[in-house]
Write a protein that binds this ligand. Structure first.
Ligand code: G1P
Ligand code: ZN
Length: 545
């Protein structure tokens, strides 16, 4: 077994974004590109030496190649053991579960989440730490600095490992164990929810159910949990075979990218409960007959009903939401008299709060929800939680549960508008225009609502005191409304501008489902302040969720 040090240029722009390093596959295919980044991770994570690393991804194109390279590099970097999902597969929440269960010192999760895959699509890599969650900013910053000075990487020569064969083998002194990618995760979820009650619900003839795996990683997980363990008909899990290019689709579970499911449940009312998950299995979309559940509302409803699930029967310690997520969960936290935290966008900011026991549930408006069972968001977890909820509230529907929730806590109308692949200079110009206007905004009005604050969101981590600045521009009208603007940190083409709109309506008599109309004054105000459409020449957002 010979170890080699291979010279490599240091590549520009290997800066982990909201969720790891994401680039076009063609960028990752440049000789030394993946290797340089992985070596930078190993250099910045000395804890991995002599310990266990978890490795797997969402099965997209380049996943298997990357795994073979990383295995040979791990052996050259003194890692004792690597746990790899069979076929190179590990959903993001499953990777988190495996890291925690096997007390690994860290993990490399290979995914570009919901971004399209295939030779012309995206690839990504993310380092997770021993708690199972994404490395905090201090670590990702250190990795980035290291990529700028790196000159060589370490690798051993070895034959490719058969990733399809469960069991252990050696690369030099390092053990590679190919594990079932579903086992640990399924066992963990099995302990959180009332499987008997869910099984009875799914067996009912009048309960029409469908889960769409979008040809991405959740297929095998959904089959195990929903079909094998909970008895749902095999036909209720659709697009269940993971494909390297996700069947050419955009594996993002929202009304725009899962239009068939949306039509069947929301527009045609053919399903009582429908759900979908994304490329790497951490996102979820929840639909009922005639209604799409806003992710922010989903977090609020789960928090309000948490004790109905056995794993949370003793109550929840607190909740957290990312800043752009609507304040629906805050209302529940007030009623439950628990803490509610507002963090910057990205799951890595929840880790400390979860580790410290300050929160049990957390979520983001971007179709992400989870709890302290892992340190990632978890798509199927949310699906099972909703099924548990429906099973525990017989006679109710997704819609009636939401309506009862809004009646009690008020409704937070919410929408996000994305302008994708915008020229980076134009995107910055639009945001700079709003940023410059911020100091003068308080006291002005949007529709009839008075602006009470306007700032660039900064976060001080309550656990370790670390500061994160520049996390999004906020215009706030007290508890009534908010408008937020920020640049995406996950795109791979130009810049994506995200505008978020939120409006609170306490009166149940005025809570009709006319979301975009209700938000129009905020939408107009955003355009007036940023000039985004004028600057970019775009007539409308590319994606509205
Ligand atoms: C997006 C979402 C964010 C999520 C991230 C990873 O990041 O907005 O909530 O954590 O994907 O799934 P963004 O592209 O906005 O930086
Ligand atoms: Zn994802």
């Amino acid at each position: 077994m010979s170890m080699r040090e291979v010279a490599t240029p240091s590549f520009e722009g290997q800066k982990p974004g909201t969720s790891g390093l994401r680039k076009k596959v063609t960028v990752f295919q440049q000789p030394g590109y993946l290797e340089s980044f992985v070596q930078a991770v190993f250099d910045c994570a000395p804890e991995l030496q002599g310990g266990t690393l978890v490795l797997g991804g969402d099965g997209r194109f380049f996943n298997r190649n990357a795994i073979q390279t990383i295995l040979r590099m791990a052996a050259a970097n003194g890692i004792d053991r690597v746990l790899v999902g069979q076929g190179g597969i590990l959903s993001t929440p499953a990777a988190s579960a495996v890291i925690r269960r096997h007390r690994a010192r860290g993990g490399l999760v290979l995914s570009a989440s919901h971004n399209p895959g295939g030779p012309d699509g995206d690839f990504g890599i993310k380092y997770n730490i021993a708690n199972g969650g994404p490395a905090p900013e201090a670590v990702t910053e250190a990795i980035y600095r290291r990529t700028q000075t790196i000159r060589q990487y370490r690798i051993v020569d070895a034959d490719p490992v058969d990733l399809d064969q469960i069991g252990s083998r050696k690369i030099g002194t390092m053990t590679v164990t190919v594990i079932d990618p579903v086992d640990d995760y399924a066992m963990l979820l099995g302990g959180l929810f009332d499987f008997d009650a869910i099984r009875a619900l799914l067996a009912r003839k009048d309960f029409r159910f469908r889960f769409d795996a979008m040809h991405a990683v959740t297929g095998p997980y959904a089959r195990r949990l929903l079909v094998e363990m909970l008895g749902a008909p095999a036909s209720s899990v659709v697009n269940a075979v993971p494909l390297e290019d996700f069947g050419g689709g955009h594996p993002d579970p929202n009304p725009v990218y899962a239009p068939e499911l949306y039509k069947a449940a929301v527009l045609d009312g053919e399903l009582d409960f429908a759900a979908a998950s994304d490329g790497d299995g951490d996102r979820n979309m929840i639909l009922g007959k005639g209604i799409a559940v806003t992710p922010s509302d989903s977090l609020a409803v789960l928090a309000a009903n948490a004790t109905l699930a056995p794993g949370y029967a003793r109550g929840i310690s607190g909740v957290a939401r990312s800043m752009p997520t609507s304040r629906a969960p805050d209302a529940v936290a007030r009623a439950l008299k628990i803490e509610c935290f507002e963090t910057p966008t990205g799951w890595k900011f929840f880790g400390n709060l979860l580790d410290a026991g300050r929160i049990t549930l957390c979520g983001e408006e971007s179709y992400g929800t989870s709890s302290d069972h892992v340190r990632e968001k978890d798509g199927l977890w949310a699906v099972l939680f909703w099924l548990n909820l429906l099973a525990a509230r017989p006679g109710e529907t997704v819609l009636s549960i939401l309506q009862a929730h809004w009646k009690r806590y008020g409704r937070h109308y919410y929408s996000r508008h994305d302008y994708e692949a915008v020229d980076a200079g134009q995107a910055t110009e639009a945001l700079n225009q709003l940023r410059a206007a911020l100091p003068a905004l308080p006291g002005q009005k949007i529709g009839g609502l008075v602006i009470t604050a306007a700032d660039d969101f900064a976060y001080r981590d309550p656990v370790d005191g670390s500061e994160s600045k520049g996390q999004g521009l906020r215009v706030i009208c007290g508890e009534q409304a908010r408008l937020i603007a920020r640049l995406s940190g996950t795109g791979t083409e130009g810049a994506t501008v995200r505008l978020y709109f939120e409006l609170y309506e306490a009166d149940p008599a005025k809570q009709a489902d006319d979301v975009q109309t209700r938000l129009q004054p905020l939408i107009d105000f955003a355009e007036a302040q940023t000039g985004l459409r004028k600057i970019t020449g775009r007539a409308a957002p590319d994606v509205i969720t």
